[in-house]
Design a protein around this ligand. Structure first.
Ligand SMILES: Cc1cc2nc3c(=O)[nH]c(=O)nc-3n(C[C@H](O)[C@H](O)[C@H](O)COP(=O)(O)OP(=O)(O)OC[C@H]3O[C@@H](n4cnc5c(N)ncnc54)[C@H](O)[C@@H]3O)c2cc1C
Length: 321
């Protein structure tokens, strides 16, 4: 057998001009694959491991690139870019945590091209955006020729590299509740370059007090086979050290890292708990609180802020050893 026999045949590219057409293609083609921004699909093509007969490119489908204010928060079309999530004033005002986290994905080249729907459908356990979307209680809208359904993002990732998407379905939108009255924090720790995938990431949302209690919602990335979500209630007037202890105790049982070139399971577990602590301190302390509807100014979140946080975390981690 020649080497050529191992090269996958080039898939046929389809460019549907309506959602109905896209759904019909996905329902009827043999081995179709949706093409969103293409940042992940292109890598599979270049590596010769794309097992799809057809690519269904969503770029000409109308209404998938909308971003609008709803009564409860935001509705984000599947083809909205990660860069727009990072920079759009509406996102930064209504869901500042989402804007912050999208601003820490990969590098500007990837963020300029990758789409919100493609990022979630990619299903990687290290994705950053799900950490924020889970604590914000976002819902994913899925569409097929059979109809439309919504899934809580907390239930969307079902197994290693596997989402709840069924054959013939595509992501059309994400509904994100606004975070008015809550404060938030995010920490992404990488053991390689600043723009690399995270070794551990944690997003935290602290809700406003109800009967003397506040809920600490924690979303974890890269720390188990799927993004993980936990929450814990603490007294509104608890000292920050107690809140950190409660958050770390809640997160610890669900952390089950996959060892790889970025670190051993033990290293990632320790780093994960540092990320949880960093995110809680950012969300709880007055300096780090980000009141919704009054998010960061035009300069916005930058990779620099991320690397400063990373530097401080690393220093704290080494001091503890
Ligand atoms: C160098 C590099 C570094 C990265 N670092 C990070 C990081 O630090 N953090 C992070 O979170 N991510 C990271 N990523 C992953 C990146 O976020 C994803 O590649 C990107 O979000 C995928 O979006 P896309 O629109 O390009 O998807 P595509 O490449 O188009 O598709 C990805 C997958 O989703 C499916 N798909 C696409 N759109 C839809 C849809 N609307 N409905 C159903 N299925 C769909 C495709 O069929 C495919 O299976 C990195 C990627 C690269 C290349």
């Amino acid at each position: 057998m020649t080497a050529d026999a191992f090269v996958a045949a080039a898939p046929t590219l389809h460019r549907p001009q309506s959602l109905e057409e896209a759904c019909a293609l996905l329902a009827n083609l043999d081995q179709p694959m949706v093409y969103g921004g293409g940042t992940a699909v292109q890598i599979l093509i270049k590596q010769g491991v794309l097992f799809a007969s057809d690519l269904v490119d969503l770029s000409l489908v109308p209404n998938l690139s909308g971003l609008e204010r709803t009564s409860s928060g935001l509705r984000v079309g599947a083809m909205v870019t990660l860069r727009r999530m990072e920079t759009d004033p509406l996102v930064r005002r209504v869901t500042p945590l989402a804007a912050q986290v999208y601003g820490h994905v990969a590098n500007p080249r990837v963020r300029n091209t990758a789409s919100v729907g493609g990022n979630l459908a990619h299903g990687d356990y290290r994705l950053d955006p799900p950490t924020a979307l889970m604590v914000l209680d976002a819902r994913v809208e899925l569409r097929s020729s059979e109809g439309t359904r919504q899934v809580a993002l907390r239930d969307f990732f079902v197994a290693f590299q596997e989402t709840d998407l069924r054959h013939g379905e595509l992501v059309t939108a994400v509904e994100i509740p606004g975070q008015a009255g809550s404060t938030c924090g995010f920490a992404k720790l990488s053991s390689q370059s600043v723009n690399d995938w995270p070794c551990a990431s944690a997003a935290v949302l602290v809700t406003s007090p109800v009967r003397g209690q506040r809920e600490i919602r924690i979303g974890l990335g890269a720390l188990a086979e799927v993004p993980k979500y936990v929450s814990v209630e603490v007294p509104s007037d608890a000292p920050v050290d107690d809140v950190v202890r409660a958050g770390r105790s809640a997160a610890d049982p669900v952390i089950d890292p996959i060892p790889d070139i970025r670190g051993s399971a033990d290293f990632k577990r320790r780093l994960g708990l540092v990320a949880v602590e960093d995110a809680i301190r950012a969300a709880w302390g007055p300096a780090g609180s980000v009141p919704a509807e009054a998010a960061a100014g035009p300069a916005g979140p930058t990779g620099k802020e991320g690397s400063d946080a990373r530097g401080e975390s690393r220093r704290r981690w080494w001091r503890r050893r």
